[in-house]
Design a protein around this ligand. Structure first.
Ligand code: I6G
Length: 680
């Protein structure tokens, strides 16, 4: 290419891609095929790769940054992000219209704009000279979080606005507000992925949008199917000075500038037309691929808005009309109990299938036994179910008039429905739990969690196989997975030699997933993927963590009391210590050196010796002691054998000290350990 040619082509490609994005995301009217789009995008990427000096932050290739943030900066909003007053009936809308007439000192009919109220997360965006420079959450209304990096990953959000043929031209500073949301189909796909990854499903679209926008790693946000619509340009500096007199003009202008604006808004003359719009969308909401919880009604006249102003909470010129949650009536066939991996018994309503808010429903949540008692829900009852904002419907009420005389109040069983062991409900807790850690249902759930994607990711070991492994007595706990033999697996249903070999290969690979994934996979109550990562970073090695106290764990930033207590209780349980030892013996990697990797020198006073640590040392944390040993050429191991060079013990030593004495291995107290470290 001639000099200057790459720069010209890069600009040309960006312009084309922006135009195609606009047609695809904003106008919902694609101009080119996916393959043509991909070809241009790749050409741009290649040119920018060859000429890094041409890369600009507003290039379509620059949506995902490389860095992971440590936290979000704070953004003080130029004007508070207010809420909206709510109304729940048509009468309240009529009253709103009368209030406007009183405040305006004039009779209606007024011009209103009605917009659908999406169930998402409100954000504020700042553009300087047409380029996105900042995006923030609502926060407390005055100060939000700077989530620019995450918002940039939303494909429908323009990084650069288009200003050709815009009248009036774009102002130097443009501030707009809108809602980030996730479609129903996007949420379904995201939740299916989360369940295979061993992560809990998002309960509703709002949680999914808010959770995804508040991630510190924008490359994860980029993988979430988030969308955005803009509905407000800040008045005063921009809107009025630019010569707009109506909100409807602002919406059209925003769309022309390249913003995705929900096209389903309507200009209404008088409150009766507003009410018609509300009725129409209360009926039609199930047809949409996103959740709406109502309609926002706004005065169209910007000058009249300015006169009416706002209270400290909400503008006087707008009102949210909230839909009643959609309900359906059906019969409760049974109450099933599911036993989770921590033994929790969760009641689920099995229903006569019924159509509700876009899908057929045959299960609903009953939360817990207190809820069942409070609502007096009985098997055989006719019940009202509701979807609300959540995906899983809930039973909201019983149609007691339709109750048959032979029904009885529901009583939660006092025994586990799977293994028959006592199921107890500790005082102060709402959940009843099966007390038998060897309950087949708990074992299956624990093993399945262990093998799932976000945990040890053992492909092929899904619920059906785990069920067979447990039912055939081949696996009693997760460590047993590592001693499975090919002929045992090949003899199972829907398995053959080839599948057995593949599964064994997957099990082998899983041994090196590392301590964070392993700890998460063990399914310690409250210890999710993030807590597991923090713990693994602190201790480096699960054996090194074994004797950690609750206080020590609680001192880790990001770990609270509940997680610390649960982790310490898990580690104090001899059965769990044995499990870790068995995993280590099977070759599962329980970790590497703590935090900083320590190079083990070939020579040194402790060279060639392997030590085991147990109990609490007063002068060192476990990871410091490990590092000091390694710096002197020694190695640290998690289990004691006749080859162990010494067991260093502190206060409250574990069973490793007894084992050392039994095997005649040298035992070293803290004072001796200090002397040992002093040796040259
Ligand atoms: O929270 C909101 C959702 C939707 C809004 C809103 C909206 O318009 C469609 N509009 C305003 C003016 C405000 N909140 C304050």
């Amino acid at each position: 290419m001639a000099a200057g040619e790459p720069a010209r082509r890069v600009e040309e490609l960006r312009k084309l891609i922006r135009r195609y994005d606009y047609h695809y995301y904003v106008l919902d009217d694609p101009l080119v095929s996916d393959s043509e789009y991909d070809r241009l995008y790749r050409e741009l990427e290649e040119l920018e790769g060859a000429h890094p000096e041409l890369v600009t932050p507003d290039s379509p290739t620059q949506r995902v940054g490389g860095e992971v943030l440590e936290g979000f900066g704070q953004v003080t909003h130029s004007q508070p992000m207010l809420s909206l007053d709510n109304s729940y009936s048509e009468d309240e809308l009529v009253e709103f219209d009368r209030r406007i007439a009183r405040a305006a000192g004039q009779e209606g009919p007024f011009d209103y704009v009605t917009e659908l109220k999406l169930d998402g997360l409100a954000v504020n965006l700042l553009y300087e000279n047409g380029t996105l420079v900042q995006g923030a959450t609502r926060g407390d209304g005055r100060t939000g979080e700077d989530v620019t990096a995450n918002l940039r990953t939303l494909r429908s959000l323009p990084l650069r606005l288009q200003d050709e043929e815009l009248d009036p031209p774009l102002p130097a500073i443009l501030e707009v507000r809108g809602e980030v949301y996730i479609t129903r189909s996007g949420l379904e796909a995201a939740n299916a992925q989360r369940l295979t990854d061993g992560e809990p499903a998002f309960a509703n679209p709002r949680n999914a949008a808010a959770g995804s926008i508040r991630l510190l790693d924008s490359s994860i946000t980029a993988g979430r199917p988030l969308k955005i619509v803009l509905y407000q340009m800040l008045a005063g500096e921009t809107a009025l000075l630019s010569g707009f007199s109506r909100h409807s003009e602002v919406l059209s202008y925003l769309r022309k500038a390249g913003f995705p604006v929900n096209p389903l808004w309507k200009a209404c003359r008088g409150i009766d037309q507003v009410i018609d719009f509300c009725r129409e969308w209360a009926q039609r909401r199930a047809q949409l691929d996103y959740n709406i919880d109502g309609v926002v009604v706004k005065l169209d006249d910007l000058r009249l808005r300015e006169r009416l102003g706002a209270t400290s909470k909400a503008p006087r010129w707008a009102m949210a009309y909230k839909f009643a949650a959609e309900q359906a009536r059906t019969q409760l066939i049974a109450i099933d109990l599911q036993v989770g991996r921590t033994g929790a018994l969760t009641p689920t309503a099995r229903l006569e299938p019924v159509f509700l808010a876009g899908s057929t429903v045959s299960n609903a949540t009953l939360h817990n036994e207190d809820e069942i008692e409070r609502k007096d829900i009985r098997v055989g009852d006719w019940v009202w179910i509701e979807k609300g904002g959540d995906i899983i419907p809930k039973v909201v009420a019983v149609d007691t008039k339709a109750r048959k005389p032979d029904t009885e109040p529901y009583r939660m069983p006092e025994n586990c429905p799977v293994c028959g062991s006592k199921a107890v409900r500790p005082p102060g807790e709402v959940v009843r739990r099966c007390t038998n850690a060897s309950c087949p249902a708990q074992i299956k759930e624990r093993i399945w969690h262990f093998t799932s994607r976000g945990a040890m990711d053992i492909e092929g070991a899904g619920p059906a196989l785990v069920e067979q492994l447990v039912d055939n007595g081949l696996v009693h706990d997760v460590a047993d997975l590592y001693s499975l033999k090919k002929d045992q697996l090949a003899a199972l249903e829907r398995m053959g030699n080839k599948s057995a070999e593949n599964l064994l290969a997957q099990i082998e690979v899983s041994k090196s997933r590392g301590p964070a994934r392993l700890l998460f996979a063990l399914g310690v109550r409250y210890v999710g993927a993030i807590a597991a990562q923090l713990l693994a970073e602190r201790y480096g090695n699960l054996i090194a963590m074994q004797d950690a106290t609750k206080e020590e764990i609680e001192a880790i930033e990001g770990i609270g009391q509940v997680i610390a207590a649960s982790m310490a209780a898990f580690l104090a349980e001899p059965r769990n210590r044995q499990l870790l030892e068995r995993l280590e013996e099977a070759g599962v990697e329980l970790g590497c050196a703590p935090a900083e990797k320590v190079e083990i020198p070939a020579e040194g006073p402790l060279a060639g010796k392997r030590f085991v640590l147990t109990g609490i040392l007063s002068k060192f944390t476990r990871s410091e002691a490990e590092r000091l040993i390694k710096e002197r050429g020694g190695k640290v191991s998690g289990s004691v054998s006749s080859k162990t060079g010494g067991v260093i013990f502190g206060e409250q030593p574990g069973s490793k000290l007894d084992k050392a004495k039994k095997l005649g291995v040298r035992t070293i107290d803290e004072a001796e350990f200090l002397r040992m470290l002093d040796q040259k």
